[in-house]
Design a protein around this ligand. Structure first.
Ligand code: MG
Length: 348
């Protein structure tokens, strides 16, 4: 029992600095705004975070406006996460990152009250957590070689494509490493024949093992044409954000990349894992550029999925939390209650 009326909510907008400029098919950026959230209950604090990459349409202002509408006292017991999720959905449509920040903080708090990590509350075996990929943005072959050298501790690389020099990038990558590779096109290919040619080349010549969001989700019939012919599994990212998207698109893609900021948090993410499994889809757990708060929350789900791309906290230079660790490329969940983080320096 977590009485809503005893909850004290605090939040603080914060700007994440990326270690390197991050290029994808639709643009480049050096910072990502987030809002850090804390919920205090009888001396215990649960932490949450909303991260706002530009393509999701949320901002620190919209997140703060959403948080200002919360009235936990109206909710009674907030440890019932289904009721909490319904309550958050009823406040406003959209605002998924804002909703995720509250959902994460509540899960962290529930874990701390029970003295258990979230993965243990759900019955997951932390030893089953997968290896994570490390993302390399679009860049010149020279810069990509540097990034690959920096990514020595990772066993899988995820390479961003879709900006024209795809073959040059992939040839440079393969010359340097024999590690397994995923590619993420971020909807960058607009022609289905080009996309299919590229996927054949990536499989046969480069040895890539999966392709994420090769074409815009809005090009539904072209995507259907491509997925039925693709020799590699095709995963959705931009195309499936929420439970509603998954219900609509589950027959189209072979797998999906679930992110807390797209779907509204851990409660919805767990439902999406179940829906995807029933539809025979493979599941990846991913993240945005985030601190160790939201990344550690997502990592709690990792024992239940096939693939993980949880490197958002590693791409920033001003993380204020310590949480999930990547040891020899494998997601290693800390033996701490809730989402498993502690504050490093700056206090919220
Ligand atoms: Mg992606």
């Amino acid at each position: 029992m977590l009485e809503g009326r005893k909850i004290v909510l605090k939040y603080k907008p914060y700007l994440l600095n990326l270690k390197h400029t991050f290029h994808v098919a639709w643009g480049a950026r050096e910072t990502t705004p987030v809002v850090l959230v804390s919920l205090t209950y009888e001396g215990l604090t649960g932490y949450g975070e909303a991260s706002m990459p530009p393509y999701l349409g949320e901002s620190p202002k919209s997140v703060v406006e959403f948080l200002d509408k919360l009235e936990f006292s109206k909710l009674g017991d907030i440890s019932d996460t289904d009721t909490l999720t319904e309550y958050l959905a009823g406040i406003d449509s959209g605002n998924y990152a804002a909703k995720a920040s509250v959902d994460i903080a509540v899960h962290d708090l529930i874990g701390k009250v029970e003295g258990k990590p979230c993965h243990a509350m759900w019955g997951y075996d932390p030893e089953s957590a997968p290896y994570t990929s490390f993302t390399i943005g679009i860049d010149s072959p020279e810069v990509i070689r540097l990034r690959i050298r920096e990514a020595e501790g990772y066993r899988i690389l995820k390479i961003k494509l879709g900006d024209g020099n795809d073959r040059e990038i992939m040839s440079a990558v393969r010359e340097m490493t024999d590690r397994p590779l995923y590619v993420d096109v971020n909807q960058g290919w607009k022609d289905k024949h080009h996309a299919l040619d590229m996927i054949h080349w990536l499989k046969d010549e480069i040895g890539v093992s999966l392709v994420e969001q090769p074409m815009p989700d809005s090009m539904e019939s072209d995507l259907e044409w491509l997925v039925t012919r693709s020799p590699l599994p095709v995963f959705a990212d931009e195309g499936i954000k929420s439970i509603e998207d998954l219900e609509r698109r589950k027959g189209l893609y072979n797998g999906l990349n679930i992110k807390l900021m797209k779907c509204g948090g851990l409660c919805n993410a767990r439902k999406m894992i179940d829906i995807a499994r029933q539809a025979g889809m493979e599941v990846m757990i991913g993240c945005m550029t985030e601190t160790s708060c939201a990344v550690s929350a997502a990592a709690q789900l990792s024992p239940a999925v096939d693939y993980a791309d949880l490197d958002g906290n590693i791409l920033i230079s001003n993380d204020i939390y310590d949480g999930v660790k990547i040891i020899d490329g494998k997601i290693t969940l800390p033996d701490r209650a809730g989402i498993g983080i502690v504050e490093k320096s700056e206090k919220l």
